[in-house]
Design a protein around this ligand. Structure first.
Ligand code: NCD
Length: 326
């Protein structure tokens, strides 16, 4: 049996916890050089129709650790540039006998569409302004490691919430686990349907990060902005930048996070981004382990099934030995 990883909204608390346990296990195996599941018979299609550094590289690293092969696609190099629809692209990849897909696309809901035409797991690597589930899971793993718990925390997500799939996935994840989630930013960068998302909205930075245990900074996504959402970047930075000054309002041991890419000097300054409270590089590294967990989980792997390697969806149940990977 395979599973799609499309949204955090559709996961329940137990699934999120199972997933994080799996990521912890993957991380300890990689760091201690213990054997990892061998998924070497599987080829993963990587469809990145929007720019990506961290997500793309960490999915590739994750696949490499699990021994998988990768087939890369991006819009400029594929037939989508010749007018082919996403549906036809997905059907083509299905009959090219790929086993799973990782997809990033500017259109919200595109991974769900892909899942309808593909046979095998589809993993959402960011769809428009909708969700970015593996980012949120990696962020959760980082918070767990740094804070020692994943509940009863005040999590402030600051900046361009309107255009952020990271904000949406994290709001679902942290609220499902029993934390207080706050969206902080200017009115023009807040979703109009904010009330439907599990977060309290603050337009004032000091109030929004008051006593926060975690402050997640978001980039201004200018590529998605229509019209004049901001009067000036300098004014935005003055009102909403996460820096030593604004962090005085947060809890003294507050964690500073950012999904990247950073626009230093805008949403966050150097001191906050590189200081002791920052977890930004740890978020990047944990991205690999949650994506390993994601691939293993999506192909039907379960926690504690060490002797049971994940199988191709159509294959008959059969136990195989785990094998060490470099
Ligand atoms: C984010 C994304 O693409 O949604 N980055 C990421 O995946 N690490 C956030 C952004 O682009 O600002």
């Amino acid at each position: 049996m395979y599973r799609n990883l499309l949204t955090i909204r559709d996961m329940d608390r137990a699934q999120i916890e199972e997933f994080l346990d799996l990521a912890v296990e993957m991380k300890s195996r990689v760091l201690s050089g213990k054997p990892l599941p061998d998924m070497g018979r599987l080829t993963l299609g990587m469809l990145f129709f929007e720019p990506s550094t961290r997500t793309r590289v960490s999915f590739e690293r994750a696949a490499h650790y699990l021994g998988m092969r990768i087939a890369n696609f991006s819009q400029p190099g594929s037939s989508m540039n010749k007018g082919e629809t996403l549906k036809d692209t997905i059907l083509t990849l299905r009959y090219e006998r790929l086993n799973g897909l990782v997809i990033r696309h500017r259109m919200s809901g595109s991974p769900l569409l892909a899942a309808q035409y593909f046979t095998g797991p589809v993993l959402n690597a960011g769809d428009g302004m909708h969700e970015h589930p593996t980012q949120a899971l990696g962020d959760a793993l980082t918070v767990l490691e740094r804070k020692g718990r994943l509940s009863d925390l005040r999590v402030a997500i600051v900046g361009d919430v309107l255009h952020s799939r990271v904000a949406r996935s994290n709001a679902w994840l942290f609220s499902k686990l029993g934390n207080e989630v706050r969206f902080v930013g200017p009115r023009t960068l807040m979703p109009a349907h904010g009330a439907m998302l599990p977060a309290n909205i603050y337009y004032d930075l000091e109030e929004g990060i008051d006593n926060a245990d975690v402050v997640m900074c978001l980039r201004l996504q200018k590529e998605r902005m229509e019209g004049t959402a901001l009067s000036s970047i300098a004014e935005y930075a003055k009102l909403y930048q996460v820096n030593a000054w604004s962090l005085r309002y947060a809890a003294p041991d507050c964690l500073v996070m950012h999904p990247g890419p950073l626009n230093r000097g805008v949403e966050v300054d150097d001191l906050a981004a590189d200081g002791e409270q920052s977890a930004i590089t740890q978020q990047v590294e944990n991205g690999i382990f949650v994506r390993m967990a994601g691939l293993y989980w999506a192909f039907g792997g379960k926690r504690k099934s060490r002797s049971e390697a994940p199988r191709k969806p159509a294959a008959k149940p059969k136990a195989t030995k785990t094998k060490a990977k470099a």
